[in-house]
Design a protein around this ligand. Sequence first.
Ligand SMILES: [Zn+2]
Length: 138
Amino acid sequence: MKRPTKIKVINFDFTIEWYHRGIENGASKFGWTDICKQEIYISDDLNPLKTADTLMHELLHALNWVFDIEDDTKEESVARRLSSGLLAIWRDNPELFQYLQWLLFAEQKKEEALGFCSPNLKPGDWVSLTVPLPTKIT
Ligand SMILES: [Zn+2]
């Protein structure tokens, strides 16, 4: 899957830079966020789980800044714990996040479909109310 390079964090556009930190060179950071430039740096040589954890961690730093949460002494600890915790919940409950995604885009899908969704239908069961085109009368 293609790595994201631009994301929106609330109303702010962030760039994601994938860099080669070189584990063999002893670099100490898997990623960091430059709030002034609204750039997130993620090492490109991490395994998938560590990449996800690092990206989520940096997103939490970005959210901390966007929401003006001033908690410098605990920010690193909170970001580390919440990123790992959220990803563990996601990994153990993938259907939960599919459901959340469905909820987040339900109204948009409803508008796009120009249809309706019965309460008895499941996610993805959108019914389109397309009107058949009139047949040509000759
Ligand atoms: Zn951090």
